[in-house]
Design a protein around this ligand. Structure first.
Ligand code: GUN
Ligand code: ZN
Length: 451
């Protein structure tokens, strides 16, 4: 079949198996293409590539090429298809570097700061995940909600129950989604029915690593909830597991709330700081991701930067739980890898667009700024880099996995009106972060397949 430009009204889908007996050798998508080439820092005009009328070529689930339509259209092979998304932005899928799937029913619960919120809402909700049917239903809802919001990769907390990890991995596998997840470790300071032990937590995590880590697009994360809910013995076991599996991820919470920080100081009086607890147990390293990282001092930040661990900046959660303001400038100064986390259910949205909008406001309150390019980078390639996955996802470099979004900048009358005044791509992106959400996400592709 000859290459053809389809110009049908949105949505256009020429999928495998309908017009063809064999899948086409490639698929091409035409629209306004935008992706980050590297970190724009505080201002690098070349960090974001924008092609107003471009083509993204995908073959065997990978990005083959991206370029101006005028050029590419002439040399497209004859055995493929072009889908026309004119008027839409085509961008890489978002990366959520911190989110809890058993907290879908906790989102938007009134009136508490972190420690009360955990007791009153979160622990009771997570206790239900011992029931496999509950876990499966929530996992399916959760992943569909991520995808509906344009998030194609995520680092996810399950509950303390090993089966809850199976449920979310099975749901991710059936959707073809890139997911990192882990069983929560907690053996103290939580309800009895949510406790594991240092030994059972180690053994269960080890079995889950063997079962899931590196299975297709899935990876495992060793997941001590936070220092306050693990004994020394459990943290030591988690550190041992991290040493035994250097390519496995580690995820936890760090320095989120001042009462929490004070509590951790009393629980670990021999450690210099909250961060030092994780560090001394071997949990601070490349592929470790710590959510929040608000109440840190200079030495903590130096140590975090040199360790290669990443911070997950979770602005909607930090505002909702009244936790504090993440200092992005200080993180940058110390070379700390930073990604964006929705932190649902402490966070109030699954949308990375809205989360970036709130991130901008958190920095405004500190006389800092989040440029549109930087925000875009943090939601895509920067998130991938925090997870040491920027060789596979995050932008449209040749050979990367083709996880991408078709974004309608004109999803509502207000957005249409505002976009008509936005001439440059950075202006359009900024308006999208401030006004946009799931309504803008018109199509999502995972490894080249529309979901
Ligand atoms: N600290 C320990 N557990 C949690 C949690 O579930 N959410 C948040 N935001 N912080 C935590
Ligand atoms: Zn969290």
């Amino acid at each position: 079949m000859a290459t053809e430009i389809l110009s049908v009204d949105f949505p256009i889908h020429v999928g495998y198996g309908c017009a063809h007996l064999n899948p086409p050798a490639f698929n091409a998508y035409r629209g306004s293409i935008v992706h980050a080439l590297h970190d724009p820092g505080r201002g690098d005009d070349h960090a974001i590539e924008y092609i107003a009328d471009g083509i993204l070529m995908v073959a065997a689930g990978m990005v083959q090429e991206v370029g101006p339509a005028e050029e590419l259209v002439k040399r497209l092979p004859s055995d493929g298809e072009v889908t026309d998304y004119s008027g839409m932005l085509i961008m890489p899928g978002f990366v959520d570097t911190h989110v809890h799937y058993p907290q879908v029913d906790v989102i938007a619960s009134y009136g508490a700061q972190l420690l009360d919120w955990l007791q009153d809402y979160t622990f009771p909700a997570e206790a239900r995940f011992g029931d496999e049917a509950v876990a499966r239903e929530a996992a399916a809802f959760f992943l569909d909600e991520l995808l509906r919001n344009g998030t194609t990769s995520a680092l996810v907390f399950a509950s303390v129950h090993p089966r809850s990890v199976d449920a979310v991995f099975e749901a991710a596998r059936s959707r073809g989604m890139r997911l990192i997840a882990g069983k929560v470790l907690m053996d103290r300071n939580c309800p009895q029915d949510l406790r594991d032990t240092a030994e059972s937590g180690y053994e269960d995590s080890k079995a889950l690593i063997e079962k899931w880590h590196g299975a297709g697009r899935l990876c495992y994360a060793i997941t001590p909830r936070f220092a306050a809910t693990s004994t020394d013995r459990q943290l030591a076991r988690a550190g041992r597991l991290a040493r035994e599996h250097p390519d496995v991820f580690v995820q936890s919470h760090l320095a989120e709330n001042t009462d929490e920080v004070a509590w951790v100081e009393t629980l670990f009086p021999n450690h210099r700081s909250y961060l030092d607890v994780y560090d001394r147990y071997g949990l601070l390293r490349e592929r470790s991701v710590y959510a929040h990282c608000i109440h840190l001092d200079e030495r903590d930040r130096v140590r975090m930067g040199e360790s290669g661990a990443a911070a997950a900046f979770c602005p909607t959660s930090n505002l909702f739980l009244g936790s504090g303001l993440f200092d992005l400038q200080a993180a940058d100064t110390h070379g700390i890898r930073t990604g964006i986390g929705t932190d649902v259910g402490g966070g109030t949205t699954f949308s990375i667009l809205r989360t970036l909008g709130e991130g901008y406001k958190v920095l405004q309150l500190q006389d800092q700024t989040l440029t549109p390019s930087r925000a875009f980078y943090l939601g895509t390639l920067g998130g991938a880099r925090s997870l040491y996955m920027d060789d596979r996802i995050g932008n449209f470099e040749q050979g990367k996995e083709a996880d991408f979004l078709v974004v309608d900048p004109n999803a509502t009358p207000l957005m249409t009106r505002r976009m008509s005044k936005a001439k440059r791509i950075d202006e359009k992106l900024f308006a999208l972060f401030m006004l946009g959400d799931d309504r803008n996400i018109r199509a999502v592709y995972l490894a080249g397949k529309k979901v």
